[in-house]
Design a protein around this ligand. Structure first.
Ligand SMILES: NC(=O)c1ccc[n+]([C@@H]2O[C@H](COP(=O)([O-])OP(=O)(O)OC[C@H]3O[C@@H](n4cnc5c(N)ncnc54)[C@H](O)[C@@H]3O)[C@@H](O)[C@H]2O)c1
Length: 456
């Protein structure tokens, strides 16, 4: 038996990957300096000043088990893999409004003014660059601080912005994280199908190319990693996946997993694990921030709805278990309600059934703070995408789906939405990169005597 276990351990042992060290400064450039982005930037400044803790950031606060449980090795993730240090981060970005990050953070109303005043200097110093914007993609936004030109010219200007930012700030490396408004819903079409057609589309100023795609194209063309925090297609199209491969650049999307969907992907795997049935899941939200205003337009809401709806099906897999999950009524509503600001309130009513079909209900009332949950995700994605680039990982980084509501996968591959499986995938990816044994949680070797007794 020991031999079998030894063989098993060998199979899961991996070689350490050569990852370039995180030397020098990392620029994090953000299209969309609104609630999430300013909460992220202010948070990092507060942590750098020693007045706050990066709670919710798995890279900064999370630990990872290495080796056998008996070894008691559990370092912080930031001490295990070579990530950029928060002190080496420089922020910048674009917006359709000219407000600097301090002003925008005050408008967003997420963080208290007393906290923002302690870090006012560095926040005021970050002024947005003019946005690549098209009003048709966010009809409830009427920003004026926008670039002029065809889509091709806009992409060139964004590339210049990235290069100028990098030079002016002495950055070694740059990553982009889309924190812009959710764009209207549309499906990928011919212009998105190959890089050649996409580049022709830019030159033809094809209206089917969304602003977020212009930023993504500019970044990938320069070999700059890109993560998408909104549910827009953006990098989830064949043309940009092709470009990411050509320039050996990592990408991840879509939609930060916060609030109600976070709860859903924690709870649904638990119900499925116990083979409890579900026949209804009604989710409703009220929120009053600018995100809520943009999502008040039905076309923009549709993009969000599609991103949120897929989660349950992927976790519960009705096709594999029709008795338990074949007849679920899943409904999602988002209502714009200004008095709540960024403090989103969500209600879930879950109709479940157990032994002999007896019905039960679960009610969740989550009084969350949207951007407080999203900011650490944006930070972790930026740091991991930067590390992936240094580790020569390119294309879709599915191991980052832990952070995302609608994870991007290889074509034809069903997404994994169960947060616990996503965490195992993330942790095993880090172990794999660092040449540590992958952990299968089999654990039979702790009971080797017992196993030998049983098989003898
Ligand atoms: N807050 C959360 O918990 C959360 C969770 C998941 C996803 N998201 C997504 O993250 C994004 C940001 O959310 P938020 O709450 O910060 O919204 P927000 O409205 O406060 O900020 C978005 C900013 O993007 C700007 N913008 C829009 N189009 C732009 C463009 N083309 N170029 C540059 N800037 C542009 C807007 O002017 C605005 O300032 C949204 O798409 C939202 O759906 C947020």
């Amino acid at each position: 038996m020991a031999l079998i276990i030894d063989t098993f351990n060998k199979v899961i042992h991996t070689m350490k990957t050569n990852i370039k060290p995180a030397e020098g400064k990392l620029g994090i450039l953000i299209p969309g300096l609104g609630a999430v982005a300013t909460t992220l930037i202010a948070g990092v400044e507060a942590v750098k000043k020693g007045i706050s803790q990066p709670i919710g950031s798995v890279t900064q606060m999370g630990t990872i088990r290495l080796g056998k449980r008996t070894e008691n090795r559990r370092p912080k993730i930031k001490d295990f893999v070579p990530l950029a240090n928060l002190n080496d981060i420089v922020f910048g970005g674009w917006d359709v409004f000219e407000d600097n990050v301090y002003e925008s953070a005050i408008n967003a109303g997420v963080l208290e003014e007393s906290l923002l005043n302690k870090i006012r200097g560095p926040l005021e110093a970050i002024k947005p660059m003019k946005a690549a914007f098209d009003h048709n993609y966010a009809k409830n936004l009427t920003g004026t601080y926008v670039k002029e030109g065809t889509r091709y010219e806009l992409a060139q200007q964004v590339m210049e912005d990235i290069q100028n930012f990098q030079t002016a700030n002495g950055c070694d490396r740059v990553v982009l994280v889309w924190c812009g408004s959710t764009e209207v819903y549309f499906e990928a079409s011919d212009v998105h199908s190959t890089l050649e057609k996409f580049e022709q589309g830019l030159k033809d100023d094809d209206k089917l190319i969304a602003p977020s795609m212009i930023y993504a194209y500019a970044a990938l063309k320069l070999g700059v990693g890109f993560a998408n925090g909104a549910p827009n297609l953006t990098v989830d199209i064949p043309a940009l996946i092709e470009l990411a491969k050509i320039t050996k650049t990592p990408i991840a999307g879509k939609d930060f997993k916060t609030g109600q969907t976070l709860m859903k992907t924690i709870l649904a795997p638990g119900l499925a694990a116990r083979a409890l049935g579900v026949n209804g899941w009604f989710s409703t939200n009220i929120l009053g921030n600018r995100d809520g205003l943009v999502l008040d337009d039905p076309d923009n809401f549709k993009t969000k709805e599609v991103s949120k709806l897929g989660v349950l099906e992927d976790i519960l897999r009705p096709e594999d278990n029709p008795e338990l999950y074949g007849d679920i009524f899943h409904k999602i509503r988002i209502n714009y309600y200004p008095p709540h600001g960024d403090n989103k309130e969500s209600w879930d009513n879950i109709d479940i059934f157990g032994w002999l079909g007896y019905k039960m209900q679960i009610k969740i009332n989550f009084l969350c703070r949207d951007s407080i949950l999203a900011a650490p995700i944006a930070l972790d994605l930026a740091l991991f995408i930067d590390m992936a680039k240094r580790a020569n990982m390119s294309g879709v980084q599915e191991w980052l789906s832990f952070y995302l509501k609608s994870p991007q996968t290889a074509p034809g591959l069903q997404a994994e939405n169960d947060i616990f499986k996503q965490l195992i995938k993330l942790e095993n990816t880090l172990r794999h990169l660092m040449g540590e044994d992958l952990i299968t949680h089999l654990g039979l070797d702790y009971y080797e005597d017992l196993v030998e007794d049983v098989i003898s």
